[in-house]
Design a protein around this ligand. Structure first.
Ligand code: 5AD
Ligand code: SF4
Length: 474
């Protein structure tokens, strides 16, 4: 189901998730932390870096907040609703804090960065506030907070990539993992708070990325998703000199680890994804045929106000190019309804570009003004909420149609599927994805299969969200 508030980077089923590693031995540590993550995949990846830093300090992960000595919320600021969810969660933890002396509560991530020490005034039961670039200082901050001081570090960095920290995989299925390849964003889309909360763009050393991916493969993982706010502008220049490594070269290096390792990446800014990247994808079947290419709006006038730096024609040409070089590529999008000054004609342009691009799925929102952004400073948030919501509903309805059309076209086709685990609804069925990132569900008719295996699945039926199939055995 596509809901009104879900996007690629904000898989709603995961919002607020808290996990401990599968193999965690509860008796191994005498102190425990509990962490919940909100927002984008990058935040979930950051929580795994934080888990690693805490484990080095002798903290084990727990899934039970009432057993924790330290409760952390890794927060998101992208829309007002994301912030409201976190505030509500904090009030729920207040009771625990009253009951347990010495329990520390920390706020991490984008909301911490946006509100800084104001957070401690607004939410008086919060002890620690740490921005996305300051996680290495958590041990000192915990110590300070333990002595009753308010501990804050929201310094942004031009260099920090946590390259040398081996993330502790939280709640992983043992098959797919996120690998952060860069941090921050230089794009300055006018609606977006990210450049302010995550700072300047910087790329992680390619050797540490490769080492992390190889290690994951050797541990049995079969899919890595390379993460960054704008992966196509990845470029790392080794300190020893030499030429910069760009995204296409990085993709190629990761793809060469093994044909059995699938590579995904997110997110691509349409202005930065190059033919070289598309050709690299075409050369390596294990680089998944799927591109998340957020359009945001189909109106050139609105795109200009959004500071997206492309027009609708330019975007359409990019979609054409993808279809030309990678005919079987899945494409998804992010769409904002009701941005400042948006007219009915602009909205129709958005519906039109969705039809043109034939998105397999989209993540759709109505515009939520964020303090400090360019749009908040320059433009009035002048589309009435009722109109924003009505337009969003039309966008969602159209996407549902497009998803169903796209899925129906797959009936009768056979796909290679990586098994991720049991189907949520039925333990007698497996769930996995094809290269295009579509979810396939199929009965366990062949014994001996397990998560992480590749199988051939023929699609027999579909819903708008899922392909239903059967194993092809010969
Ligand atoms: N209001 C609504 N949606 C937003 N997004 C980013 N900022 C806002 C905002 N202020 C959406 C964009 C982006 C996705 C991650 O969230 O579509 O691609
Ligand atoms: Fe991720 Fe942006 Fe939300 Fe920060 S504000 S968590 S970068 S989506």
């Amino acid at each position: 189901m596509h809901t009104l508030t879900t996007d690629k980077q904000h898989d709603e089923s995961r919002q607020g998730e808290s996990f401990a590693p599968f193999a965690a031995d509860p008796n191994r540590y005498d102190r425990h932390f509990y962490i919940e993550s909100y927002g984008c995949q990058m935040n979930f990846a950051d929580s795994e870096v934080v888990a690693s830093i805490l484990q080095d300090q002798g903290y084990g992960a727990t899934r039970q907040p009432d057993q924790a000595d330290l409760i952390l919320l890794n927060t998101c600021s992208i829309r007002e609703k994301a912030e409201q969810t976190v505030r509500k969660r904090l009030t729920e933890f207040k009771q625990l804090k009253r009951e347990k002396k010495g329990l520390l509560i920390g706020v991490l991530g984008c909301m911490a960065e946006r509100l800084k020490s104001k957070f401690l005034e607004e939410e008086r039961l919060v002890d620690i506030v740490v921005g996305p670039d300051a996680y290495r200082t958590l041990p000192q901050l915990i110590e300070e907070a333990g002595t009753g001081q308010k501990a804050v570090n929201v310094l942004l960095s031009r260099e920090e990539t946590y390259a040398d920290i081996a993330p502790v995989r939280l709640g992983s299925n043992g098959v797919s993992a996120f690998v952060s390849i860069m941090r921050g964003c230089n794009n300055m889309c006018s609606f977006c708070v990210v450049p302010f909360t995550r700072g300047r763009e910087r790329s992680r050393d390619d050797r540490s990325i490769l080492a992390e991916c190889l290690d994951l493969f050797q541990k049995g993982y079969r899919e890595v998703t390379l993460l960054g706010q704008n992966v196509d502008s990845y470029h790392f220049t080794p300190e020893s000199g030499g030429s910069a490594v760009h995204f296409a070269a990085l993709l190629e290096q990761v793809a060469r680890i093994s044909p059995l390792l699938r590579i995904r990446f997110s997110t691509s800014h349409p202005k930065d994804i190059t033919d070289e990247v598309l050709h690299t994808m075409a050369r390596y079947p294990n680089i998944c045929r799927y591109i998340h290419l957020p359009v945001q709006s189909g109106s050139s006038r609105v795109l200009q106000l959004m500071n997206r730096t492309y027009t609708r024609e330019w975007y359409k040409a990019k979609v054409d190019r993808i279809r030309e070089i990678l005919p079987d590529c899945g494409i998804s999008s992010d769409i904002i309804a009701g941005f400042c000054t948006e007219t009915e004609a602009d909205h129709q342009d958005t519906l039109d570009i969705m039809q043109y691009s034939r998105y397999d799925f989209s993540y759709m929102f109505f515009y939520s003004e964020r303090p400090g952004t360019l749009a908040q400073r320059r433009y009035a948030d002048d589309v009435p909420e009722s109109i924003k919501k009505a337009r969003l509903q039309q966008i969602v309805a159209l996407q549902n149609e497009l998803s169903l059309i796209s899925n129906r076209q797959d009936i009768g086709k056979v796909f290679e599927v990586l098994i991720e685990g049991d189907s949520k609804r039925d333990e007698q069925s497996w769930m996995g994805r094809n290269s295009q990132n579509k979810v396939l569900v199929f009965p366990k008719t062949v014994p001996g299969l397990k998560r992480g295996d590749y199988v051939q699945v023929k699609v027999d039926q579909c819903t708008q969200a899922t392909l239903l199939g059967s194993l092809v055995t010969e």
